[in-house]
Design a protein around this ligand. Structure first.
Ligand code: NAP
Length: 227
């Protein structure tokens, strides 16, 4: 049986990842900030362990890693994310908000990887996947704005690239994935992609990853995204 650890598993894409991996027979270590109020998560059938984790609490990440030290984690899935203030035009950026978003979108995935690298290295698949965004692409940015979200995801992409170089010797594959513009609280009701389709697409990409893919920036449909 394969094992996945997911951050932000209580709603949106994290909840859908939990549903689909549990249905596929994976063991799911589903982490979220407030398990007691994670009503939908707590009703999913399958081998699921729900654990409390705020990814900005780096001591808590270390504690959860110690609790799970005997696990073999095939897939570390850094899913938790923030968009930040919806005031996104030049001149509107909220600098305190930017810092909060940076902690979740950029620093937390690296801290998670640092804390769980042994459990990943001990697994069969040895995968670290972080959910980034096409909005983090510098090459594809022709619309401007969104300084906070774009910069935190672009920085996450840089972290993914460094990890791919640093961890290749341990047989670990690390990639960033774009889920499409998906109908979640973050994506909103007018988004183009159903979360079921988005997650099914990302699972297919993940299923087909090989060590040759390490460092890549990939969309849920399998296509590459420009840096
Ligand atoms: N939806 C899109 O169109 C889209 C497009 C590109 C990329 N993405 C990325 O996809 C990922 C999932 O997004 P989504 O659409 O599912 O967003 P969402 O519906 O807003 O859900 C965000 C999740 O992140 C969790 N989270 C936020 N801060 C956290 C923290 N400090 N500790 C632990 N969990 C935290 C939330 O938990 P709480 O319930 O406790 O707040 C929630 O579970 C994110 O990384 C996002 O940037 C989404």
């Amino acid at each position: 049986m394969s094992t996945v650890l997911i951050t932000g598993a209580n709603r949106g894409l994290g909840l859908e990842f939990t549903r689909q991996y549990a249905a596929a027979g994976w063991k799911v270590l589903a982490t979220c900030r407030d398990p007691q109020n994670a009503t939908e998560l707590n009703t999913i059938a399958g081998e699921i362990q729900v654990l409390p984790l705020d990814v900005t609490d780096y001591l808590a990440i270390e504690t959860v890693s110690r609790i799970l030290r005997a696990e073999k984690i095939d897939l570390l899935l850094n899913n938790a994310g923030l968009y930040g203030s919806r005031a996104v035009a030049f001149g509107e950026t909220d600098y305190e908000d930017w810092f909060d978003v940076f902690r979740v979108n950029t620093q937390a995935p690296l801290k998670m990887a640092e804390c769980f690298v042994e459990q990943v290295a001990n697994s069969d698949k040895k995968l670290i996947v972080s959910i980034s965004s096409r909005l983090g692409s510098i090459g594809e940015n022709d619309e401007g704005q969104q300084y906070t979200y774009r910069s935190t995801k672009a920085a996450l992409n840089a972290i993914n690239k460094s990890m791919s170089v640093d961890l290749v010797g341990r047989g670990i594959t690390t990639v960033v994935l774009h889920p499409g513009w998906a109908q979640t609280d973050m994506g909103g009701p007018n988004a183009a992609v159903d979360p079921v389709e988005s997650v099914a697409g990302m699972r297919s990409v993940i299923d087909n990853l090989t060590t040759a893919d390490t460092g890549r920036n990939i969309s849920y449909d399998g296509s590459s995204i420009d840096w």
